[in-house]
Design a protein around this ligand. Structure first.
Ligand code: C2O
Ligand code: CU
Ligand code: CU
Length: 484
């Protein structure tokens, strides 16, 4: 690994974030082991767009360009010229208007992952395709009781979703808390992975890797490789983490610091849950509180076995250097130093979305996720069918509560995602989940099954469910649902 350059050292000396203690000045060191990538530059935040008076209007231009990725200029794709795209900060009840401008060489569109909004018309409609040179005006009306939390946006044009995200098209959406939670700093950490070729372009991905779900050689936080940042002891930091990787599961640790999980996806715990480790499948988000203690802590991701395909090698061994399972891969380095800060008031009790376990279930369905050999080709199906956008696979009556059993018939995990309507996870492999939590991506383990309940309330219309290993989605592991 290359040592920190003189230029980087100068930059490190020049940048500071508000509230950073001076104690870090001059403390620049080089880590040389492949498991400790050299510490990068100061953690940056994507630009932010805040709603005002119940509205946020933004223009997102998807275009190729030279973007700063892992500290180097890279030919990639970005929204408004950066990776990640701007963070959109909205509130329940707001109207979010996004003008998507497509300056890519291929069709694209936009999906607001996890938002509970209408899937119809110019809402969160994944059946819209925006051709090169075209624009589309999306309008999303968030209900007044929309759950606060971390969401994200990304393209959803079937067949190229994985490629476009891998090349840099994604950004975070925050739905603000109705009752503010005091914190010293609010950070957005969008974690993505990608692979660069020798020329500094996004590398093409061989077909074989798509079958398993591609995992990039570089794991980046806000497009940066192992960025660093500082805090004073006793700070309560709010970290909004998005797993924007196409296929990589993140098993995160930040040893030496106290972690409390406010929620996952749109789900929330009444009081923050203490955690040591956090598993985020592709598409999942975490809303995390970190109470800082003096010392240096490295945010690491550890190898997560997500199974294999019959007769094939397992994934996730290609990461440059840090294949070491015991040490994980360094994603970011937190330096806690200086005088302790005053303790903040305790976190107000959080409103938890309703429980469906005593609800009347109108229908029970099964969804079998399969990646299998058929006629000499790999096929990726749900209930034996490959996605066809003209076919509706599941029809639901608006207002009903349904219980879905998600069945994985193979030796590889599949993270199942349903648009618009969140899922309450009630059972995994026959074990009741406690506390039951609302998520919009749920891992269905290899040869396992998961039971969820869904309230098809507030909106009707046509949308999709799919595997959030986006290569699998592009290969056909997706179905269309209509609520009417
Ligand atoms: Cu994050 Cu259907 O997507
Ligand atoms: Cu989604
Ligand atoms: Cu899958």
């Amino acid at each position: 690994m290359q040592p920190i350059s003189r230029r980087q050292v100068l930059l490190l000396g020049g940048f500071g974030i508000a509230g950073t203690a001076a104690g870090g000045a001059g403390l620049v060191w080089t880590l040389t082991s492949p498991d400790h990538p050299p510490m990068g530059s100061e953690l940056t935040q994507p630009p932010e767009e805040w709603s005002a008076n119940g509205q946020l209007q933004v223009r997102l231009e998807a275009a190729p360009g030279q973007m700063l990725l892992a500290g180097q200029q890279t030919a990639a794709l970005g929204y408004n010229g950066g990776i990640p795209g701007p963070t959109l900060r909205v509130r329940a009840g707001d109207v979010l208007r996004i003008r998507l401008v497509n300056n890519l060489a291929q069709a694209t569109n936009l999906h607001v992952h996890g938002l509970h909004v209408s899937p119809e018309g110019s809402g969160d409609n994944v059946f819209v395709a925006v051709d090169p040179g075209g624009t589309f005006d999306y309008e999303y009306k968030l209900p007044l009781d929309h759950p606060p939390g971390v969401y994200w946006y990304h393209p959803h044009h079937h067949g190229v979703v994985a490629d476009q995200i891998f090349a840099g098209l994604f950004g975070a959406i925050i739905v603000e808390d109705p009752v503010p939670i005091e914190s010293s700093v609010d950070r957005v950490l969008v974690i993505s992975d990608t692979t660069l070729d020798g020329l500094g372009n996004i590398a093409a991905v061989p077909g074989m890797e798509r079958l398993m779900g591609r995992e990039g050689e570089l794991i980046l936080v806000n497009g940066q490789s192992n960025p660093k940042f500082s805090a004073r002891p006793g700070q309560r930091e709010r970290w909004r983490i998005v797993n924007a990787c196409v296929a990589r599961y993140l098993r995160l640790r930040l040893d030496g610091q106290q972690l409390q999980l406010l929620g996952l996806d749109s789900g929330r715990f009444p009081t923050p849950e203490k955690v040591d480790e956090l598993l985020l499948t592709p598409g999942n988000r975490a809303d995390l509180l970190v109470t800082t203690a003096i010392g240096n802590s490295v945010l690491r991701t550890f190898y997560q076995d997500r199974g294999t395909m019959e007769g094939m090698m397992s994934p996730g061994r290609r990461t440059r250097g840090p294949a070491n399972q015991s040490d994980g891969t360094a994603l970011a380095t937190l330096h806690v130093t200086g005088e302790p800060v005053a303790t903040l008031p305790s976190v107000p009790t959080q409103k938890v979305p309703g429980d469906l376990r005593s609800a009347t279930v109108a229908a029970r369905r099964q969804f079998v996720l399969a990646a299998g050999m058929g006629g000499g080709l790999m096929s990726f199906t749900i209930n034996g069918k490959k996605f066809n956008e003209t076919r509706t696979d599941t029809t639901v009556s608006a207002g009903d509560v349904e219980e879905w059993t998600l069945i994985n018939s193979g030796p590889m995990d599949h993270p199942f995602h349903l648009h618009i309507w969140p899922m309450l996870i009630i059972e995994e492999n026959g074990h009741h989940k406690y506390p039951a939590i609302w998520q919009d991506v749920v891992n269905v383990p290899a040869n396992g099954r998961v039971k969820v309940r869904i309230a098809f309330k507030d909106f009707s219309g046509r949308s999709v469910y799919h595997c959030h290993i986006l290569d699998h989605e592009d290969l056909g592991m997706m179905g269309a649902i209509e609520v009417r």
